[in-house]
Write a protein that binds this ligand. Sequence first.
Ligand SMILES: Cc1ncc(C[n+]2csc(CCOP(=O)(O)OP(=O)(O)O)c2C)c(N)n1
Ligand code: SF4
Length: 270
Amino acid sequence: MLQINVENLRMQKLPHIWCPGCGNGIALSALTRAIDKLGYDHDEVAIVSGIGCSSRSPGYLNFNTLHTTHGRAIAFATGLKIFKPKMKVFIVTGDGDCTAIGGNHFIHAARRNIDLNVILFNNNIYGMTGGQASPMTPFGRTATTAPYGTVERNFDIMELAKAAGATFCGRATAAHPRLIESLIVKAAQNKGFSVVEAMLPCPIGFGRRNKLGGPVEMMKYLEENSVRVQKAQKMSEEELKGKFVIGEFYNKPAPEYIEEYDKIIAKLKK
Ligand SMILES: Cc1ncc(C[n+]2csc(CCOP(=O)(O)OP(=O)(O)O)c2C)c(N)n1
Ligand code: SF4
């Protein structure tokens, strides 16, 4: 059974604000289990978020936490990491927070390969503000801002992260909590910019409007339509339509931003 270590929670901040059946808690608990597995002290971990339902997570977590402004979590985390390079920094961000208003921070942090770990809580919608479409709302799905279905194509964040320069990326769904956890462990072990996408049900802002049923049906949908990366490689584009490819997508080291900066500082000090 999957358990959560209560020492990782700020019990005084509970109950949380999330709707019944929201997937955020699944990713939050996977993050805490990953931190336990990595053996980090509470004092050496920082969790940074922007604004949104998902971005409320750090408030419930008993680590160093920063709840910042919408879209700016990566910018704050970059400053923190530069000032305290030994800190293990995790960013909890929603699909709107990370890929719309925060999109430019995301691609440039990836390009720099700064040692940060983005945990993208992807519920395909702006949950907190009532269900507007985000850049990760799948084509054709409805939202308050797209009542007849969005005509915009959604980002594939794995492809975007890799193309921008991230050195680790992986995806899992709420129906695969152990995979979310193990991807977060690997992300943290990567010395560079890492992205873990957790596909999570938002039954209120996304599921209800798109007639995907309640939380149980949404979880089943995620489970039944997921395909492991290795299997997906042998499938045609047609066969992959509507499927969520999950697993480790990319893991290849490259020069890390702070280490490169330190080299220049050391050279100039000589
Ligand atoms: C600068 C700014 N613009 C807009 C908002 C309003 N706002 C708050 S949360 C949010 C979207 C949240 O969606 P997402 O990041 O996907 O997270 P979720 O709530 O789905 O977890 C928006 C637009 C804001 N707080 N600040
Ligand atoms: S609106 Fe969606 S993301 Fe926000 S708490 Fe409710 S179910 Fe979760």
